[in-house]
Design a protein around this ligand. Structure first.
Ligand code: SF4
Ligand code: SF4
Length: 323
């Protein structure tokens, strides 16, 4: 437990926390009151029962933790949610391969949690004694739902959180704390008659009125799936070897979004400069050295190179990636 109270008022505390979050470099911050997310838990159970988690069996674990953050942090009262915009405008050199934008820089899990840790220290030292934990895509937490409840956007048909100013290319982090704070209100957005993400998805993973079929999603196939990508999807990767941004790239909310302003998260320009030949020549020691801080380490060298090989073959490129 971190201690060091100086003053405490829920409204003032919330304002100070948001101000500090922006000072640290986060793009936006909102606060939601802790309560069980019963509807989301039921939705998850139906989604799992339909098998849309593919081979991500771990998503079935810890249902009790997911539905109620006070199980993760005893006495939890508030979820402080931060967004970190990563909509870079840098283009990739390779003609054949694409890496999803989230992996263009340092592993965001560590970056976001590191600065949430600083925010927690600030609360303890400047506001009130606090017990809390930081999360970023690292624990059973319904992140997009908490971001919605914290007034940071709504969940679009592409199943991403859409912030009215920053769009959907945002990392989401949460600080679950045992302090009472002034709370924000959800904002409602609307996809209207758009549907571009649905029609643009190369594998029909998005169902307009239903579940996201993660087992068909290129992000799952290229990153999470340990087995070989099924033949039926190998021609549909659209060049992606790690993740997929297609349903976000086509979203009108991202076209009018404010650009990348996230000094916390640094883009690795040397990755973006890699040509097809550089990817083909990439050896394991170089991969380990070059990408030691990158999300790409989560795939591992062999999976990444296998994905490269599939994409090169689909493009008819005469290359032999290492496997
Ligand atoms: S990330 Fe790609 S494959 Fe997955 S739903 Fe979006 S467009 Fe479809
Ligand atoms: S592409 Fe259109 S339908 Fe899809 S999330 Fe964006 S606004 Fe909604």
């Amino acid at each position: 437990m971190i201690t060091g109270a100086k003053r405490y008022d829920p409204r003032v505390a919330a304002a100070l926390i948001k101000e500090k979050a922006l000072q640290l470099g986060f793009s936006a911050c909102g606060i939601a009151q802790v309560h069980p997310l019963t509807d989301d838990s039921e939705y998850l159970q139906k989604w799992l029962a339909a098998g849309h988690n593919g081979k991500m069996g771990y998503l079935a674990n810890h249902a009790d933790l997911r539905s109620d953050p006070s199980v993760l942090v005893p006495g939890a009262k508030s979820v402080i949610v931060v967004l970190l915009n990563y909509a870079t405008s840098f283009s990739q050199q390779s003609e054949s391969l694409k890496i999803a934008r989230y992996a263009h820089g340092d592993d965001y899990h560590f970056v976001v949690k590191q600065f949430l840790g600083e925010l927690l220290r600030f609360i303890a030292e400047e506001i009130a004694p606090v017990e809390g934990r930081a999360f970023c895509d690292s624990a059973p937490v319904f992140e997009r739902r908490w971001a919605h409840e914290a007034g940071l956007g709504w969940i679009g048909l592409n199943h991403c959180l859409i912030h009215p100013e920053f769009g959907s290319f945002c990392f989401i982090g949460e600080l679950v704390v045992d302090l009472e704070l002034e709370y924000d209100h959800p904002i409602e957005g609307d996809c209207g008659f758009c549907g571009r993400c649905v029609t643009s998805c190369p594998t029909q993973a998005i169902q307009p009125q239903g579940f996201l079929k993660a087992e068909k999603c290129i992000s799952y196939l290229t990153v999470e799936l340990k087995d070989e990508i099924p033949q039926e999807y190998q021609q549909k990767l659209g060049g992606y070897v790690a993740g997929c941004d297609r349903c976000q790239e086509v979203c009108p909310w991202n076209r009018k979004a404010s650009g990348y302003t996230a000094p916390l998260w640094k883009v690795d320009k040397s990755l973006l400069m890699m040509s097809d030949q550089d990817w083909l020549a990439l050896e394991q020691p170089e991969f380990k050295r070059k990408f030691s801080k990158s999300s790409l380490t989560r795939l591992g060298y062999k999976k990444l190179m296998k994905n490269c090989q599939i994409v090169f073959e689909a493009a008819g490129t005469d290359g032999e990636a290492h496997t």
